[in-house]
Design a binder for this molecule. Sequence first.
Ligand SMILES: Cc1cc2nc3c(=O)[nH]c(=O)nc-3n(C[C@H](O)[C@H](O)[C@H](O)COP(=O)(O)O)c2cc1C
Length: 175
Amino acid sequence: MKVLVSYATTEGQTRRIARHVADRIADMGHMVELARIDDADDIDLSRFDRTILAASIHVGHYQRGISEFAAKYAAKLGEKPSLFLSVSLAAAGHDAEDWRGLDKILADFQDATGWTPGRVEQIAGAYLPSQYDVFTRFAMRRILGKKDPEADLDQDKDYTDWPGLDALVGEWLGA
Ligand SMILES: Cc1cc2nc3c(=O)[nH]c(=O)nc-3n(C[C@H](O)[C@H](O)[C@H](O)COP(=O)(O)O)c2cc1C
C-alpha cells in the first residue's frame, strides 16, 4: 500500500505527529510519502492508495494551507480511504464545551472545503512556550493555567498520546 501523509503545523507538534505516523506506516511495511502541505500542492493523488492529512487549531481554525488543499482535492480525496488528524489542546482535556468547539471547527472546515474525511481523530497537541512570541506566551499561559493547573507554565509540555497514535494508525491501515 502507498500512503500520503501531509501536514500543516505552526509550532511543530503536528510535524512530529505526521513524522511519527509516517514512520509507523513504514515500519508496517508500506510505502509512505511525508510532505508539508505547502509542498504537496501539485501532488498526483492517484499515486496513493490512502491519504492522511494533519493540521492544528489556532484560534478556532486550521491552517489556511490545509483548507486550500482539502478544497482543491476534495473530490479526489473522497475516492479513497482518508484520515484527518485534528491537533489541538482542547483534545487534551475532557471539557464538554471544548469538545463541542472541536466539533464545530471540524464541521466548518468540512463545509468550507467540501471534503468529508473517511475518518477523523482529535489528537492532543502540545503546549510549547519555547516556540511562542511574548504575546502568545502570555495568552497561552492564561489558557493552560486554567486547563492544567498542575503544569509548569514555563516548560514545554507534550500532551500527545503516542502509543494511542500507533494503535490508531495500525487499526486504520488494517481496516
Ligand atoms: C496562538 C495559539 C492559538 C491556539 N488556539 C487554539 C484553539 O483555538 N483551540 C485549541 O484547542 N488549541 C489551540 N491552540 C493549541 C494548539 O492547537 C496546540 O498547541 C497544537 O499542538 C499546535 O500544533 P502545531 O505545533 O503543529 O502548530 C492554540 C495554540 C496557539 C499557540
